[in-house]
Design a protein around this ligand. Structure first.
Ligand code: DHB
Ligand code: FE
Length: 308
């Protein structure tokens, strides 16, 4: 292990690069990049090499520690399949997906009136969820959940006009904390659906008031959480992708304000604008709760104006 006090303890790390090691090495690796590399590749990979070398020097990473990291990457790859994206989970517990989401969103909009805030996709999206009629339910074969009606309107964030033909693609977990593809007891595409707005831009469907649950922690992401002395829970949330012809799609989630993990999401995805209040619903045998949430999209023209 390192003998230099500043580098043995992450909490007291000073950020000063060590002078102990070959000072020309990193530049030589970066300079090996050939002339056909694109400018973006040259920039992004060159910078990654610089940072990862600095990190290794500053922390005096040993061969054993590096190999433990390689094992995590390999195990994540071996565990991944069409139902499980462990590489993404590892990034998520490190906050990387939430950070790139923030960067992407900040690049897209600097205006005061903003489109709906984005949030990470997460590893459980499935393409081609069934198209359902407005007012339908996405809940099948579940009797231990709190039913909720979710409704609202999809509008153009600049003009405020309703957007016709907007598709709201929604997914959330069952009360046991599992998405349907993780759970052989749920019907295929349970708790998922796509709803298309009419001329008034409005939508409504029945779902469940969601519950908090742990991200899968039986693999490398769980191991990392354990090493970092962190819990695996996400606050109750519902995922959405909003898309409409001529508009930039939005990937987002809404979060239940009353959830105990609302300030402590294991993957750091909560944003203030996305925190919602489910309220009791009266006189509807199909739902005890309701939630209104309006989505604001930016047209591609406005997105281009904003230097996307
Ligand atoms: C993650 C995100 C989710 O929405 C989820 O349900 C589980 C895990 C994640 O970011 O890793
Ligand atoms: Fe989720």
């Amino acid at each position: 292990m390192a003998t230099n006090g500043a580098s043995t303890n992450g909490n007291t790390y000073t950020g000063k690069p060590s002078r102990k090691f070959d000072p020309t090495f990193t530049q030589r690796v970066i300079d090996a990049t050939g002339p056909k590399a694109t400018p973006r590749i040259r920039q992004v990979i060159g910078s990654a090499i610089q940072h990862i070398h600095d990190w290794a020097r500053e922390n005096e990473i040993t061969v054993d520690e590096w190999m433990a990291g390689v094992d995590i990457i390999n195990q994540a790859g071996q565990m991944s399949n069409e139902k499980r994206n462990e590489g993404q989970l590892v990034c998520d517990v490190l906050g990387l997906e939430s950070l790139v989401d923030e960067i992407t969103y900040k690049l897209a909009t600097d205006a005061k009136d903003q489109p709906t805030a984005t949030a990470i996709l997460g590893p459980f999206y499935r393409h081609d969820a069934p198209k359902r009629a407005m007012g339908d339910t996405i809940v099948f074969g579940i009797d231990n959940g709190d039913d909720a009606l979710m409704f609202g309107q999809v509008t153009d964030f600049k003009t405020g006009k309703p957007i016709e033909g907007a598709v709201l693609d929604v997914w959330h977990t069952a009360p046991n904390g599992l998405y349907e593809q993780q759970d052989p007891d749920q019907p295929d595409f349970n708790l998922r659906g796509r709803f298309e707005t009419g001329p008034d831009g409005k939508y409504n469907f029945y779902c469940l008031r969601p519950t908090s649950y742990p991200i899968p922690f039986d693999g490398p992401a769980g191991k990392l959480l354990q090493l970092l002395d962190r819990h695996p829970f996400r606050p109750a949330h519902i995922h959405f992708i909003l898309s409409a012809p001529g508009y930039k799609p939005i990937v987002t989630q809404i979060f239940d304000r009353r959830d105990k993990y609302i300030t402590n999401d294991s993957v750091f995805a909560v944003k203030d604008d996305l925190i919602v209040d489910f309220v009791p619903r009266k006189g509807d045998p199909k739902a005890q709760y309701e939630l209104q949430y309006d989505f604001r999209l930016a047209s591609y023209d406005d997105a281009v104006d904003a230097k996307l």
